[in-house]
Write a protein that binds this ligand. Structure first.
Ligand code: PLP
Length: 452
């Protein structure tokens, strides 16, 4: 039998993360050069390299016998722990009743987009996960390109909202931000919140990277600034290096009682509840303990060291603009100053740039601008700095904490040789590109000067 696929699904583009996998398999083909056996320099995948905290692993083993379905919004122990976690780390006073647990924040964001009426405002560049969901749900949406500082401009937000005639709009705020690694400060959030109040904009504040903020005291949750209009999402995936556990949560605004009932309906219809053993395993991950505190501190410090190294090394390539990460394990590198050279080399889109970097001799995987909801011709790329052995580096950090700037550079060089080598490859690529273009221009001039 030949199965027919529903037209609605056929019309959906392949999500970018799947595209990325296919792309890497296709282009990073079997290289005949033995020196390339190492695979590739992986700046593309956004996954924490560290081991899942031991307490979580132990709790998972201990709760393997929990075969019963859990309550739709999550088991009470977990909702209580998440409530205390939010109070302790993010100064959010949240009744456990306002917390819903789901199989990852990606699913919960999708569920929120399902129940919330209104046009979606998507600031760009953006994480590659949002747009396919918005399209799948056939929601109206508008991009909100950020300015040179790569942050939402409140006045641009107001201008856009004024053009939209829905009674309610939805802003997707991702703070700290993937792909830029940037963090919004309190004042910036207040200015955005003012516009949201004035223009009836509900905010989905994706704060999945909050715990990775290098100087943790600097993180401010939008849930604190705009409590009446913000849905905060967070989970295990990045801060606890447990993306594969598939566990996230959403905090509902204080007075959204009706909405919670609707939300429960959706969760019950779509997935009943998150796996019960996984929920039990997550409890110690959100409880306040010295072990978790140490884990968060060490992992965020290592992200900071790798971020600092990557930022400095990429900034040394002439004319490349790089965002300076304050959280996450990403930064945005802007290669647009090479636009002329790239076009001369027939690298006309960001997709072509990613392709040119993954093949021999570079073997370097990046996420191009078209996967970050930028124009196809925008030569910006997301660079993830996690290509190292997380377990080993964690141990090395515990044994000898780098103190000074030069200690940190040394630490990055010793512990993340693939990051070091990969950046050299990016540098080499642009170096050769420039030389090639210069040669072509000279050749053209020479050939023009030959009579006849
Ligand atoms: C900005 C952002 N939001 C959400 C997610 C998805 O998180 P989860 O594993 O909780 O679905 C990711 C994962 O890459 C992300 O980068």
């Amino acid at each position: 039998m030949k199965f027919l696929v529903d037209q609605q699904v056929e019309d959906i583009e392949l999500p970018e993360n799947l595209k990325l996998n296919t792309f890497l398999q296709e282009f990073h083909s079997d290289c005949p050069h033995p020196e390339c056996n190492f695979g590739f320099y992986g700046f593309a995948f956004g996954q924490s390299p560290f081991p899942v905290p031991k307490m979580i692993q132990d709790a998972l083993i201990k709760n393997a016998d929990k075969g019963a379905y859990a309550a739709v919004p999550g088991i009470p122990e977990l909702r209580n722990a998440i409530s205390k976690y939010n109070k302790h780390y993010f100064e959010l006073d949240v009744d456990p009743q306002r917390i819903y647990v789901g199989p990852g924040t990606k699913e919960l964001i999708f569920n929120l987009l399902e129940i919330l009426h209104g046009t979606v405002i998507l600031p760009t560049p953006a994480w590659l996960g949002y747009l396919p969901q918005i399209r799948f749900l056939k929601k109206n949406y508008h991009m909100l390109p950020t300015r040179a500082n790569k942050k939402i401009s409140p006045s641009d937000l107001r201008k856009l909202a004024l053009r939209l005639h829905d009674r309610q709009k939805i802003l997707i705020l991702n703070n700290p931000n993937n792909p830029t690694g940037l963090l919004y400060d309190k004042l910036e959030l207040e200015e955005i919140a003012d516009v949201c109040r004035e223009q009836s904009i509900a905010v989905i504040s994706d704060e999945i990277y909050a715990q990775t903020t290098y100087d943790f005291s600097k993180f401010v949750s939008m849930g604190k600034i705009y409590p009446e209009g913000t849905f905060v999402t967070n989970g295990l995936s990045k801060s606890h290096a447990a993306g594969g556990y598939r566990l996230g949560y959403v905090i509902f605004p204080q007075h959204a009682v009706d909405l919670k009932t609707q939300f429960k309906k959706i969760l019950a219809t779509e997935y009943t509840a998150v796996s019960t053993p996984i929920q039990h395993a997550a409890v110690p991950g959100f409880e306040i303990s010295n072990e978790m505190e140490e884990y968060f501190e060490i992992t965020r410090n290592i992200h900071k060291i790798m971020g600092e190294y990557t930022y400095n090394a990429l900034s040394e390539i002439e004319e490349v603009k790089v965002t300076k990460p304050e959280a996450t394990f990403y930064l945005l590198a802007d290669f647009n100053s090479f636009a002329t050279e790239l076009q001369t080399a027939k690298i006309t889109t960001s997709q072509r740039l990613s392709e040119s970097l993954i093949v021999h001799p570079y073997h370097t995987a990046i996420v191009g601008g078209d996967s970050l909801v930028l124009e196809r011709t925008d030569y910006s790329a997301r660079i993830a700095f996690v290509d190292y052995n997380g377990a080993k580096v964690y141990e090395n950090y515990q044994n000898q904490k780098p103190k000074t700037y030069s200690d940190r550079i040394e630490f990055a060089k010793n512990n993340a040789p693939k990051i070091v080598a990969g950046i050299k490859m990016i540098s080499k690529f642009f170096d050769l590109l420039k030389k090639d273009t210069a040669n072509k221009i000279t050749q053209k001039k020479d050939s023009l000067s030959i009579p006849g």
